[in-house]
Design a protein around this ligand. Structure first.
Ligand SMILES: [Zn+2]
Length: 309
């Protein structure tokens, strides 16, 4: 675990690591039972550990079923590494961010909590193992506490993301995040991909998404939304061009159809006129082409003997 309470204040293991005097004090406080768990209902005292193999962390002295222990059980190394990298990135860029925050109501833990313009925003890291139940439980806990919730998913930022043929969490974010955005971060936590689906039936499924991959440094919160810096401008430009091009193609197609329709109407009228002329001839003069032929033969048969005489 990353944090505990000492003298009523929250302490972060990585901060202690950077200060030798503080580390000594914390080790002594751990031995004398002064360190407490972030979960106020937890009865175990807390110790501090740091050595050549393990990074600085706190641990429970006794078995506990508190929310922090539950959180740690569901935590995975890949998620922990990404969480630390995101925390460092946002902290360095001046964000008010808390790592491993336990919510006041219910005590459930979340990965990162941001305080931005009076809003509390949870940033949770998901991977392919994140189930619908995990997602719903966290969403409920956030709603009860008045927190907003956004997600970042561990994956490959160089792989195009589609709504179909993807894990549950990906599909869910494409449909339920504020701007139909999905943000992917790689395991090394240095590159991010943002993909937005436009859901515009004028375009085919493969044409309905815009994506941008950039270094982690460009991941920001803009108007309370997690996003790549400049993504909205690039997206707007792309969408506008797409609509302009689509309208141009439609105008061209309409003109082509109009030409075809007019051209063939003219031809059809000419054919109709010539047909009507023929029909008039056959109906009023020769009755039918076969009858006309018969009449010619009869006339020839009748006139031939006269001619011979
Ligand atoms: Zn505890």
């Amino acid at each position: 675990m990353n944090s505990c309470i000492w003298n009523g204040k929250r302490i972060d293991a990585f901060e202690i690591f950077q200060n030798e005097k503080l580390e000594t004090d914390i080790r002594k406080a751990g031995s004398s039972g002064e360190l407490k768990c972030l979960d106020s209902g937890c009865t175990s005292t807390i110790g501090y550990k740091h050595g050549p193999k393990k990074s600085p962390h706190f641990f429970h002295h006794f078995d506990s079923k508190c929310e922090y222990v539950l959180f740690e059980k569901s935590d995975r190394p890949g998620i922990r590494d990404v969480r630390d990298a995101l925390y460092e990135h946002f902290k360095t860029n001046g964000y008010n961010v808390i790592r491993e925050h336990n919510m006041p109501i219910g005590g459930k833990f979340c990965h990162l909590l941001f305080l931005i313009n009076g809003k509390s925003i949870v940033l949770q890291i998901a991977d392919k193992q994140t189930s619908a139940k995990n997602r719903e439980n966290l969403l409920k806990a956030c709603e009860v506490n008045g927190y907003e919730l956004c997600w970042i998913v561990i994956g490959n930022p160089d792989e195009p993301q589609s709504e179909r043929h993807n894990y549950h969490i990906h599909r869910n974010l494409f449909n339920n995040s504020k701007n139909n955005d999905l943000i992917i971060i790689n395991e090394a936590a240095d590159r991010v991909l943002q993909t937005r689906i436009i859901k515009d039936s004028r375009f085919g499924i493969t044409e309905q998404s815009f994506a941008l991959t950039v270094p982690l440094e460009r991941l920001v919160f803009r108007d309370g939304e997690l996003s790549i810096d400049g993504f909205d401008d690039r997206f707007d430009k792309w969408y506008k061009n797409k609509i302009t091009e689509q309208e141009r193609q439609k105008r061209e197609e309409d003109a082509r159809q109009k030409y075809i329709s007019e051209h063939y109407t003219q031809k059809a009228q000419q054919h109709k006129a010539s047909y009507q002329n023929r029909e008039f001839y056959y109906r009023h003069i020769a009755l039918s082409p076969i009858q006309a032929k018969h009449i010619t033969i009869i006339l020839q048969t009748m006139t031939q003997p006269l001619l011979l005489k």
